[in-house]
Structures are given as C-alpha cells and as structure tokens.
Design a protein around this ligand. Sequence first.
Ligand code: ADP
Length: 212
Amino acid sequence: MIHMELNKRQTEILEIVKIDGPITGEQIAERLKLARATIRPDLAILTMAGYLDARPRVGYFFSGKKPTQSVADSMVGMKVRDFQSIPVVVSEDSSVYDAITHMFLEDVGTLFVVNRSSLLTGVLSRKDLLRTSLGNTELEKIPVHVIMTRMPNITYCEKQDTLLFAAKKMIEKQIDALPVVEDRGEGLEVVGRITKTNITAAFLSLADDHEL
Ligand code: ADP
C-alpha cells in the first residue's frame, strides 16, 4: 500500500460513492460518462489504499477509514527522538553499591556512566552489577569505572536516527539499551535512552486503534 495523492477522477469517484454508495462500478462509470474499463484502475487504487470497500454483487462503499500508510512506511518514519526515554546516569567514581541502588530507585536496566564534564564514558547493565556482586562484599569500595563497558566500545545512536537503526544495533550487539547522544566535539553528551521497551511501544503504536 502506498500513501498517495488522489487524481481528479479518483476524487470524483470517492464523492459519488460517499453520497450514493453502495454503488456498482458500472453505475459509477455511467455517472462519469466513461467506460467501466476506464475507471477500473482508479477503483483498484481507491480500494487498495483503503478509501473504498468492495462487496461482490453490492458494489463499492465508502470505508470510513482514514487511508492508511503501509506499516513499512510508518516504521521507516519512526525516529529515535519520538520514542526515547530520559537517560539515567551515574558518575565514573560512583561505587558499584551506589549504582545498584540507583538502578532500583530509577527502575531501569541500564545505567550510563559519565565523567566530570558529563560526557559518556561507560555503560553498566544488570549483569555487569550482578557479576561484580558475586563474591564481592565490599561493593562500596569498587568504583563503577573498573567494571563498566567503556568507550570506544559503546554502541549509541542520535535522536535523528530511525528507530529501525536503533533496533538493528541492539539485536546485532545483543544489548538491551543504547544511549542517545549529541556530539560535543570533545566527547558525547548523553541526552536520551532507547531500550527494547521503547521498541515494543513503537511496535504497539503501529497497531493504531485495531482490536488488541
Ligand atoms: P544484561 O546485563 O541484562 O545482559 P545487556 O544485554 O544490555 O544487559 O548487556 C550485555 C553487556 O553489554 C554488558 O556487559 C553491558 O555492559 C554491555 N552493553 C550494554 N549496553 C551497551 C551499549 N549500548 N554499548 C556497548 N555495550 C553495552
């Protein structure tokens, strides 16, 4: 399906069907003083685009639905900026204990680590913190910078990227979240967060007002 501008004849057909539908193709052609074959492509387009519905032996009627873009077109149009969440960050010298507390309080699965200039230096996932907790009793004494995944090994995206790009990165790298960053020249500032939850929300928004 394609999102399209209707031509003059298609608009006329739509008006006829709106007012007099259900109406057969034959009758529509008669009203326009055209051959049935001439308007066949127009009827096909209007039906495919979702403006009209057709029933055998009844004819065409106005669907009442908004013409829909294809799901694929809608997906390509989804941008990181429209679905991102607020980032949750900790500083490099926070302790692992503090990071765990922060993760619970903020109810997130991934923390981003920043330096004194608020630039991205690392990522902490649930399992990074769990792994360190096993067999370590002095979590207050371990700074997060010794256990985090660090730059330049961080996968990130920018707010103008498509959500598909972000989803692809997460699947390829097998990670749950990406920082959304802005390049500040001397480093990357964290301005957002994209997680698998945001992708799920976007997926759901494609269903629009369909029965769930
Ligand atoms: P979990 O710990 O639940 O498996 P992830 O799958 O997100 O969570 O993390 C797996 C590993 O990848 C962790 O070591 C984490 O530090 C790292 N990681 C998470 N997100 C990123 C990212 N955006 N860029 C680089 N590494 C990441």
